[in-house]
Design a protein around this ligand. Structure first.
Ligand code: K1U
Ligand code: ZN
Length: 183
């Protein structure tokens, strides 16, 4: 098991459309373990494989509160098959845009089809934080970031800050400096 580096904007890999998972083997199991270790260490409540540079349609999540036991969830090749007309707003964050939070409006409830770790088809009807987090992570595997849902002005301000930091070879938050692959 290993904690992997999490890519930050403006890393071009974050804009890739990830490929479906087709092989359910030990390598996939090891990748999922690394994703959980990386997500818990960050800490985060969700992680898409592309955030650690792996372009596969694979998501880990744990929405348990601090005082609750761990509740790890894995979603493979997830697909939104229904979204409510009712919209909801949530102040989202992203491990690839550290320390930036903004209100995002999305459908309040969704139905998502996916495969579990054994490759078995599953379906979940989600609202609240699960609906928000599923949509945020499914966006990641389609190369979409939560800042794409906010105003152009705010998005450009954030991108400018992170581009400037990447040019310095670092990160807007010095404690989290990592090498970025910038285009
Ligand atoms: O995909 C990611 O970048 C992870 C992201 C998930 C997410 C958060 C909020 C709304 C939608 C999706 C995060 O986990 S950001 C960190 C965070 O929200 C958090 C971290 C520790 C405790 C509680 C929350
Ligand atoms: Zn994110």
């Amino acid at each position: 098991m290993a904690i992997r580096d999490i890519l930050s904007i403006p890393d071009s890999k974050l804009r890739l459309v990830s490929e479906p998972v087709t092989t359910f083997d030990g390598d996939l199991k090891a990748l999922i373990e690394d994703m959980f270790e990386t997500m818990y260490d960050a800490p985060g409540i969700g992680l898409a494989a592309i955030q650690i540079g792996v372009p596969l349609r694979l998501i880990t999540m744990d929405l348990a509160k601090k005082d609750e036991p761990k509740a790890p969830q894995v979603f493979i090749n997830p697909e939104v098959v229904w979204a409510s007309d009712e919209m909801g707003s949530y102040e989202e964050g992203c491990l690839s845009i550290p320390e930036y939070y903004e209100e995002v409006v999305r459908p309040a409830a969704v139905k998502v089809k996916y495969l579990d770790e054994a490759g078995k088809p599953q379906e979940v009807e989600a609202d609240g934080l699960l609906a928000t987090c599923l949509q945020h992570e499914i966006d990641h595997i389609n190369g979409v970031l939560f800042i794409d849902h906010i105003s152009k002005l705010k998005r450009e301000m954030v991108m400018k800050r992170f581009r400037k930091a990447a040019k310095r070879g670092g990160h807007p938050h010095p404690a989290r400096e990592k090498k970025a692959n910038v285009v």
